[in-house]
Ligand binder design. Structure first.
Ligand SMILES: Cc1cc2nc3c(=O)[nH]c(=O)nc-3n(C[C@H](O)[C@H](O)[C@H](O)COP(=O)(O)OP(=O)(O)OC[C@H]3O[C@@H](n4cnc5c(N)ncnc54)[C@H](O)[C@@H]3O)c2cc1C
Length: 511
């Protein structure tokens, strides 16, 4: 007999077990033998008295008549024997997935990465947090897996038209050890602990199919002849390339400057600037759920937006439930922060970036080139370093920030390199502080107790202030074989959209 197919949705308690879902399906359809797959699972916390999971399932059973599942679109990698070399720079999601697709398509692919392999990188990061001594090749920005390796590993993305690429990334992560739930959770995340293993397993897959990886290898220059990159230049020599994909993230100032020097066009674009807020996770749980714990759910999240002061919108970004605030500097002379969490999200703090949407021109007050925007941002990051005399995070309470006065006493924080009391509102550009102040007032009305938290450091890497001039395939204008992709291109942001951007360039080359 033919299998029949149905799609169903259920509202289930926060701590439901697999058996409860099976029972609900059997009861709804009146069947005994069936298999099912969860298509989507999201927490509905709009009513505190009735927080539940919304679960959509597809059910297959020969006790059902008719219906057919819709086949999901898969990534088509044109694979054949080729004698062409591809060089990919940067092993973050954009560079890594581009390299993997190129190697699968039959190119001889070399992936070069300025930082260390992930285990050595983890030791470098740990040592930085213990000693405060910065390591230029093993830090939160640079090293295997890119900026996202030490992160919450949130896999949400608002980009449209990347479903094939997203599926490829998700399935690659699962094959490399990620939990299967990332296929269907509305807010999937990997956790920094899982990411280290996943990144190493993905590298093994790339090596197994013949790819080459060179760690601690900085792309210093590119040789360009007649609109073609013919060689990528590193300290240990040149690597010839028929195709070159550069995915450096948006921390690598000298790489940006080198590309601009070599004629790659960049323009400025809107980005975001602000600081990171931190609260006890219990306070967020209470505000969002009306209770300190909710069985079956790790930790409460929030996502807040505000009109700010009417000139610059303010929003929270990259919220890390049960996470830690980390020193995310890519260089020894700058001081910036970011956030990450482990898979269990079981830390006692919650943090999130709280940023204002800005433009380089609005900040400098004049016409601004891409180089000017980079110089301006680097100077601000350096100013935070000078104020802190190192990597402590300048901080104050949210209440003091709102009032624009007061000395904040140091309180408990997850930040590993210490807090330094500061009039944070004076360290940020005045337009940003004005907007944040109003945004923080709004958030304190929306989340009970929000104003009692801390606000710290500089968040300058939520998005890039510059964007490469390229066509829709990622090919740089004026070049025949150079692609600048991922977050550093200014066309993507976050793990999924950056990975998808790299994949699209690779598929374009392979096609
Ligand atoms: C602490 C933290 C937490 C984050 N949390 C999340 C999250 O939960 N979810 C999410 O979606 N995003 C998160 N992000 C953002 C996310 O990590 C980035 O959007 C994503 O990694 C961008 O991918 P990419 O490949 O474009 O660049 P990157 O990941 O930045 O990778 C670029 C790589 O290029 C290398 N490189 C740079 N220049 C050179 C050169 N000249 N030569 C050789 N190699 C070079 C760098 O070392 C780096 O490894 C987080 C970022 C940080 C820092």
């Amino acid at each position: 007999m033919d299998m029949g197919y149905r799609e169903l949705s259920f509202n289930l308690p926060s701590d439901y077990q697999e058996g409860d879902l099976r029972d609900a399906i059997a009861k709804e359809l009146g069947i005994g033998e069936f298999s099912y797959q969860i298509g989507n699972k999201s927490l509905d916390a709009r009513k505190k008295a009735n927080i539940h999971w919304q679960v959509r399932v597809s059910v297959l059973s020969d006790e059902l008549g008719g219906g057919e599942p819709i086949a999901a679109a898969v990534l088509d990698v044109p694979s054949r024997t080729r004698d062409e070399r591809a060089v990919v720079v940067g092993s973050g999601p954009a560079g890594f997935f581009a390299a993997l697709v190129l190697q699968k398509a039959g190119f001889r692919t070399t992936l070069i990465e300025r930082g260390t392999e992930v285990r050595k990188r983890a030791r470098g990061v740990m040592s930085f947090e213990e000693t405060g001594i910065f390591d230029p090749v093993s830090n939160y920005a640079f090293g295997e897996g890119g900026a996202g390796t030490f992160s919450d590993g949130k896999l949400t993305s608002r980009s449209k038209h990347i479903s094939r690429e997203k599926r490829f990334i998700i399935e690659s992560y699962i094959q490399a050890g990620a939990p299967e739930e990332i296929r269907y959770l509305a807010h999937p995340h990997l956790g920094s602990d899982n990411l280290k293993t996943i990144v190493a397993n993905l590298r093994s897959e790339f090596l197994d199919i013949g790819g080459t990886v060179l760690f601690e290898t900085l792309l210093e220059d590119i040789k360009v002849e007649g609109g073609r990159v013919v060689e990528t230049v590193t300290a240990s020599g040149g690597i010839e390339a028929d195709y070159c994909i550069i995915a450096p993230g948006h921390s690598a100032y000298e790489t940006y400057r080198m590309l601009i020097r070599r004629g790659v066009g960049f323009r400025t674009k809107p980005f975001a600037l602000g600081s990171r807020v931190e609260h006890p996770q219990e306070l967020i749980n209470l505000a969002q759920w009306g209770r300190e714990e909710l069985p079956g759910v790790k930790a409460a999240e929030y996502r807040l937006t505000s009109r700010g002061d009417g000139t610059l919108p303010v929003y929270t970004f990259c919220m890390c439930p049960g996470g830690v605030v980390v020193p995310a500097s890519a260089y020894a002379h700058i001081n910036i922060v970011n956030g990450m969490s482990r898979y269990r999200r079981d830390g006692i703090f919650a943090n999130a970036a709280c940023v204002a949407a800005v433009s380089p021109e609005g900040l400098t007050g004049r016409e601004t080139s891409a180089l000017d925007a980079l110089d301006w941002l680097e100077a601000l990051e350096e100013q935070f370093f000078r104020y802190a005399e190192g990597f402590a995070a300048p901080f104050c309470t949210i209440r003091n920030f709102i009032e624009g006065k007061g000395n904040s006493a140091i309180s408990a924080s997850s930040y590993p390199l210490g807090l330094k009391p500061a009039p944070l509102w004076e360290l940020l550009p005045p337009t940003v502080s004005d907007a944040l102040r109003e945004g923080l007032k709004d958030f304190s009305r929306k989340v009970k107790g929000f104003e009692t938290g801390n606000i710290m450091g500089l968040e300058s890497k939520t998005s890039s202030p510059i964007q490469v001039v390229r066509d829709k395939t990622g090919l740089c204008t004026g070049f025949e074989n150079l692609y600048v992709v991922g977050e550093g291109s200014g066309w993507a942001g976050g793990i999924i959209s950056s990975g998808a951007d790299g994949i699209q360039a690779a598929v374009h080359i392979a096609s």
